[in-house]
Ligand binder design. Structure first.
Ligand code: ZN
Length: 161
């Protein structure tokens, strides 16, 4: 028999303006990471990001104010729980950004060029990543979502297409 509940589904994306996008998200309890509910949430978030052609997705964007993000690294979803930037380069760079919660809007945002980030991975283990350029930009964008910040708050040359 076909188990429909095991199939990933596209989650509804919360659009700006919405108070959910402006709340500070709370940390995920690490012991919850290995539960079926969370595994399903990871799958659904990753599936939603890939289907919507997003480079990243943060939990508030699907209506959950918890510190959980997924980023798209060369077409593969990468889950980060309770992510925290530990080191960042002095060097910053302007780059164009958009957001699934702010459709058809683009603008240039100044971000640290290089970051080092600690987080809990999808297996519930402590992990870390060093990233630069575009991946570092995505992580900083998604981390902002966890603090209720949208890229349009910081962007210049904003254009709506
Ligand atoms: Zn976004």
């Amino acid at each position: 028999m076909l188990k429909l509940n095991n199939m990933p589904k596209i989650l509804n994306i919360i659009l700006n303006p919405n108070p959910v996008l402006r709340k500070k998200s709370v940390e995920v309890e690490v012991k919850k990471v290995n539960t079926e509910n969370f595994k399903k949430l990871f799958r659904d978030m990753a599936f939603t990001m890939l289907k919507k052609d997003g480079v990243g997705l943060a939990a508030p964007q699907i209506g959950k104010n918890i510190r959980l993000i997924t980023i798209n690294i060369e077409g593969r979803p990468f889950i980060m729980i309770n992510p925290e930037i530990k080191r960042k380069s002095i060097k910053k760079e302007w780059g164009e950004e958009g957001c699934l919660s702010v459709p058809r809007t683009f603008g240039k945002v100044l971000r640290h060029f290089k970051i080092q980030c600690v987080f809990i991975n999808a297996l519930g283990k402590k992990d870390k990543i060093s990233a630069s350029g575009f991946i570092a930009r995505i992580i900083q964008h998604e981390l902002d979502h966890l603090d209720g910040i949208l890229f349009v708050d910081k962007a210049k040359d904003v254009k709506i297409t």
